[in-house]
Design a binder for this molecule. Sequence first.
Ligand code: HEM
Length: 452
Amino acid sequence: MAQATTDPVRLPPGPRTPRAIQGLKFLTSRRASVGALVRRYGPALTLNLPIFGRTVLISDPALVKDLFTTGSDLVGRATNLGEVLGPGSTFSLDGDEHRERRKLLVPPFHGKRMQGYESIVEEEVMREIAGWPQGTEFETLPSMMRITLNAILRAVFGAEGQAFDELRELLPQAVTVGSRLVVLPRFLRRDYGSWSPGGTMRRYRRRYDEIIDSLIAEALADPAFEDRTDVLSLMLRARYEDGSRISNGHVADELLTLLTAGHETTATTLAWLVERVRRHPALLDRLTEEADAGGSELRQATIWEVQRVRPVIDGTSRRTLERIRLGDWVIPEDHVVMVSIALAHASRDHFPEPAAFNPDRYIGAPPDNYTWIPFGGGIRRCIGAAFANMEMNVTLRTLLREFTFATTSAPGEPYHSRGVANAPGAGGRAVVYRRPGARRPTGPASALAASS
Ligand code: HEM
């Protein structure tokens, strides 16, 4: 755990090139340029970046652990995502407010509850794959995006029928505009009329708030409200220590946060799963055999290994609220400390042959919380980690049951940054054949699918 200190500042070494050039390199070839810097300066270095200023970048597990276990009185959030998602978003909260919100949000996402959502995910996978072509190469990413969007709308928002249909139209557009707005300076985010990005966002947001208000009213009026298991209802039933509940406005901000944080990240990881697995024929055979026999150990290990070799989020950061000692370094107040997830996962000291895709490394040895960090760590660790894992597990299990995947010796797909997450550059392409005897969908996968 990092400690507050009054010792003189001691930042790790780093390049002396001008800020604009460092920023350009970071933006255009982050992985390659940061990799080269780490080889030169070691696993802690200082960058000078536009917007962030002096930024300490770490990938050494001991430092990562120190940072992740540091209390929220010393390090806070370092993202402006909250400015687009709203003041009630977890991304806008710090200190006590953040801690109290997490207390209410963590139980609904606890691993033990996840089994209850499996049928929703399986229905969404079956609905989506009903349209997959056989014998022709196609991108799986658009399907994964629809599966994860629909799963969140049903399991988290508790949306059905018309609200579900409207939200799945509206939200992908709103998230696209929102992720562009986040990188604009504040004055360009303002509403300059319907043509401006700020104006478009406001319009989407107004409609979104109306739909969420009616979802909340419906949930509260539902005679079976106490038995409902969607996250929205769990949030409405949860109480702060003073007995109050999260306000409607904050519920709307938080649902948007959960969707923004959880939809594309899970979909891109699923597309990488397809991309990796079809390049490893022996693994694919073993996965299919295991799924047919009702097992899951290798499937879980494969998901962990995909997240290690192809983390869809490059890094996460904190802002120092006071001067802190982190390992040998003394970092002043109001500095960004960035954890490079990609570099931590490529550490030779912690992963023999780090570039090799080898799920067997996790058989009987689950990943360690400070070397395997695709979901970040500590008090800001991803709330939806268990939900994402369940979605990926059910999706892969269903795909293995329904299809044979044609394998390929083509080179791996390159990284493509979509803004929030890194996707396989060719969309996670696949060629599939229906397995004889597989459960063919005979129509809509569910009553819900029938209504949409
Ligand atoms: C494979 C899928 C996912 C990946 C790789 C991922 C990754 C991450 C990462 C790296 C962070 C930052 C953690 C930190 O700073 O320590 C984060 C935060 C967060 N994630 Fe995820 N995430 C995924 C899925 C989800 C899902 C499905 C949800 C919800 C439905 C979700 C909700 C959140 C929230 C609310 C936060 C903010 C936590 C806080 O600041 O307290 N994520 N995620």
